[in-house]
Design a protein around this ligand. Structure first.
Ligand code: NAG
Ligand code: NAG
Length: 450
């Protein structure tokens, strides 16, 4: 990214802005355009001719009530009238803000049409109230109805479909939803690794005291410290008082560190992040491949894929990409995977992480590819991380029957065995024939003897 690059792109875009509006651009518009262009330029280097093709967005739901409280929690479940694990009005606003931010980013530049069009956008959420509601809040910021889409003058909202599938089948977005015995094995193995044991050992006393203070029957470990971190974090955010043992300098910092470690250990190997982040990574690559290769008018009209899910989904995807920072993805944080066409026609991928609303999104770059990674390289680099058949990879269906080559091998073996069996049978029959002849002769001779 270099300064002259920025300047040239600002000029080019301004010229374009003027052209498309027939020369009638006010100073206000100019200012807005400059701000917008600068905002885009600050995240990655753009050159006047590269054009955005497709956007994939994965976000975590917004602020919610605690998923669970700890046994000695003074703030019982009935503290939360929405129920546990439910999106709060603050959470709705977080996503409304993200939706507006996406609108600013992608509509001002003319990439998305301000008018909602079902062909341009596909939204999928996990089948949880908080993610479904987050998606809806987000969409109300992204697509307020325009023109003849306004159906009720009292509402600047229109319904937009959010698709989902049952949690126990959602290998794409719900990391702890559907069964995956292979992952469970790997997760168990993790707790015996040096790296894990070192953290567990370092925070031994901290965890011991935490177990006593929170009233858990089983000793808390690095893996389940989130059971305390989550309710405390939410309670503080909502202005509730912490018990005295938690109101100690340095306590929350340690709690957060161990809790982040717990999330890190969920996906800290290729095998684990492949099983949990691989399916979504595969889908996003497929979205981009379709967009860049297909002549199918449907794929050509598609511009935006939106996925509404959880902190673990974000961590798993970033881990599979080798760019996870080890910090629990914040509420309403958002990973953006953009497909661009460069001026020389090359398709490139840019990844951004909006994890702080006060800052421009962070460009995330895998160490093996540059910031605008050519789609071909990106696909090659991540090939190992995308399971061909997730159920087989999880050890649910036999991996042997899951692809064509295996079936061909299997059929060959069966035919081979059949041939061997038939040959053996023929062999046995011939032998029997000879033997019976001999026996016959012998019998005769016996007869003669007798
Ligand atoms: C945006 O959508 C509206 C309504 O479908 C359409 O009339 C208009 O031409 C579109 N604008 C662009 C730039 O595609
Ligand atoms: C956001 O992500 C960046 C890049 O990984 C990281 O440096 C930063 O600490 C993160 N901020 C938060 C609030 O998680």
């Amino acid at each position: 990214m270099s300064v002259p690059d920025h300047r040239s792109s600002v000029t080019v875009t301004l010229k374009r802005g003027r052209k498309s509006r027939g020369g009638a651009v006010s100073t206000m518009d100019h200012l807005m355009l400059i701000t917008m262009v600068l905002a885009i330029c600050s995240t990655f280097s753009v050159n006047g001719e590269r054009s955005l093709q497709l956007v994939n967005v994965l976000y975590r739901h917004g602020d919610r009530t605690p998923v669970d409280i700890y046994p000695s929690d003074p703030h019982k479940a009935d503290t939360w009238p929405e129920g546990l694990g439910q999106l709060t009005t603050h959470g709705m606003n977080m996503h409304y803000e993200l939706g507006q931010w996406l609108r600013e980013r992608y509509m001002k530049s003319g990439f998305l049409n301000e008018t909602y069009n079902r062909d341009a956008l596909h939204v999928r959420s996990t089948d949880k109230d908080r993610t479904l509601m987050s998606a809806e809040s987000d969409l109300s910021g992204l697509y307020p109805p325009k023109g003849n889409q306004i159906w009720n003058n009292g509402l600047t909202w229109m319904p937009i479909p959010v698709h989902t599938i049952p949690l126990d089948q959602d290998y794409l977005l719900k990391t702890n939803g559907p069964p995956c015995p292979r992952y469970d094995e790997l997760k168990k193995e993790t707790t015996t690794t040096k790296e894990y044991l070192a953290v567990q050992e370092r925070y031994k006393d901290f965890l011991k005291n935490l177990t006593i203070n929170t009233g858990f029957k089983e000793p808390l470990t690095v893996s389940d410290v989130y059971l305390v971190e989550d309710p405390l974090f939410v309670e503080r955010l909502h202005g509730f008082r912490w018990p005295d043992w938690a109101n100690v300098t340095g306590f929350y910092k340690d709690l957060k560190t161990v809790s982040d470690k717990g999330m890190y250990f969920l996906f800290n190997s290729k095998d684990k992040s492949r099983l949990k982040g691989g399916p979504l990574l595969g889908e996003i690559i497929e979205n981009m491949r379709n967009k860049s290769e297909t002549k199918d008018p449907m794929d050509l009209r598609r511009k935006f894929y939106m996925y509404s899910a959880h902190d673990t989904t974000v961590a798993a995807l970033l881990s599979a990409l080798g760019i996870y920072n080890g910090i629990q993805p914040p509420l309403a944080s958002c990973v953006i995977v953009e497909l661009w066409k460069e001026d020389d026609g090359e398709n490139t991928v840019n990844i951004l992480f909006r994890n702080d609303t006060t800052k421009a999104p962070y460009p995330l770059v895998n160490k093996n590819c540059k910031a605008s990674c050519p789609l071909g390289n990106f696909t090659m680099l991540t090939k190992d991380m995308v399971p061909e058949d997730i159920k087989a990879a999880c050890g649910i269906t036999s991996p042997f029957l899951s692809n064509n080559i295996s079936i061909i091998i299997l059929i060959s073996i069966v035919i081979g065995l059949l041939v061997v069996t038939i040959l053996t049978l023929i062999g046995v029959l011939i032998c029997r024939c000879r033997q019976s002849k001999i026996r016959h002769v012998r019998l005769q001779s016996d007869d003669t003897k007798a």
